[in-house]
Design a protein around this ligand. Structure first.
Ligand SMILES: [Zn+2]
Ligand SMILES: [Zn+2]
Length: 141
């Protein structure tokens, strides 16, 4: 079987990555943290197995903080030059790594599974019928 290879990177092109295989899950998150990280209405996290993500170029800085909801750490990784957050890891999801969905060269190759934290979503948001929508975090699976 040919592995699913997809590439992407930051806005200036200094940081590049390559991912293989299907994501474990893809989540659109409307929490305040994702709004601030992206400057957008919501953030898309493509969660992959750590071993399926390879950084091929560039230097990144990290910013670690603690969720005001769970108290657990989140660690953003962003380009030293342009500041784009391309990836993050979470204490809550060991062994997984999120790629910021919008940084893929083709940001539409994956399907979004669910929208979460919609209690802080913009009031003008609407969701397709086939998408799961949760007021808060994704329920434990
Ligand atoms: Zn950059
Ligand atoms: Zn979020």
């Amino acid at each position: 079987m040919i592995p699913l290879i997809h590439e992407g990177g930051c806005q200036c092109g200094a940081v590049r990555y390559r991912t293989s295989d299907q994501p474990v899950r893809v989540i659109a998150c409307h929490c305040t943290t994702c709004k601030r990280r992206t400057g957008a209405a919501y953030g898309i996290g493509v969660y992959l197995k750590d071993t399926d993500v390879e950084f091929t170029r560039g230097e990144m800085n990290t910013y670690e903080f603690h969720s005001d909801e769970s108290g657990r750490w989140l660690r953003n990784e962003f380009c030293n030059t342009c500041g784009t957050t391309v990836s993050w890891t979470l204490e809550m999801r060991p062994g997984l790594r999120a790629i910021a969905g919008g940084t893929y060269d083709n940001p539409n190759w994956f399907d979004v599974l669910a929208h979460i934290w919609t209690r802080s979503a913009r009031p003008d948001m609407s969701y397709p019928d086939h998408i799961k929508v949760f007021e808060k975090a994704l329920p434990p699976t």
